[in-house]
Design a protein around this ligand. Structure first.
Ligand SMILES: O=C(CO)[C@@H](O)[C@H](O)COP(=O)(O)O
Length: 215
């Protein structure tokens, strides 16, 4: 059984309260919140006021994915905005170990995301410190992109490393996730499926979330 984290990036922002409440009454395990700064990725999503509004209405744990340069500047702000899990990018953190420690000291679960070109082996020295590793299966910045097939291999390798270490971090996959690849992703070791357009563009998001969870 997979956990599902619908990505709020694909919601109708003019009806954000309605869409968050729709997720509250679904089987979603988390709400995935994408923060983009227009520097680390070529897109800007939203900032603290919108994140706080999501928190105000959500009854689900919030899983924040920071696609921003130097995320260590804002860890406390995201804790205050309601993050339960805070994921930073390997590629955006020169002092990743310190950033992870700070996230944990602030009482959040710490995650690290990897861009499609970044090998999972680069995390070997900090895997035991993490609650989550996020494998990007598209280049970050936009919803609705095509799934990158090499992601299966990365998840398989990361799952092998997890077993070797006896570690218990979760493996999350994000980008182009749908009902055609969800089963293979879980078979290769993914625990949490992030899905944006596949959930929000479906005619019955509740049924879509429930079906993804069955993988
Ligand atoms: O982080 C990102 C994109 O950078 C994702 O969370 C997307 O929002 C997923 O959207 P879909 O590919 O599922 O439409």
């Amino acid at each position: 059984m997979a956990a599902v984290a619908p990505s709020i990036l694909a919601a109708d922002f003019a009806n954000l309260q309605r869409d968050v409440e729709m997720l509250n009454t679904s089987e979603a395990d988390y709400i995935h919140v994408d923060i983009m700064d227009g520097v680390f990725v070529p897109n800007i999503s939203f900032g603290f006021p919108v994140a706080q509004a999501i928190k105000r209405y959500s009854t689900k744990p919030l899983d924040f994915h920071l696609m921003i340069e130097k995320p260590e500047r804002y860890l406390e702000n995201f804790r205050d905005a309601g993050a339960d899990i805070l994921t930073v990018h390997y590629e955006a953190c020169p002092h990743l170990h310190r950033t992870i420690q700070l996230i944990k000291e602030l009482g959040m679960q710490a995650g690290v995301a990897l861009n499609p070109h970044t090998p999972v082996e680069l995390l070997s020295e900090i895997l035991s410190d993490l609650s989550l590793v996020l494998i990007m299966s598209v280049n970050p910045g936009f919803g609705g992109q095509k799934f990158i097939e090499n992601s299966y291999r990365k998840i398989y390798k990361l799952n092998y490393m997890r077993e070797e270490l006896g570690a218990d971090f979760k493996i999350e996959v994000d980008g182009g996730v749908n009902n055609t690849n969800a089963r293979s992703l879980v078979e290769n070791g993914a625990d949490i499926l992030v899905a944006g357009s596949f959930v929000f563009n479906s005619s019955d998001p509740h049924a879509t979330i429930a079906a993804l969870r069955k993988n």
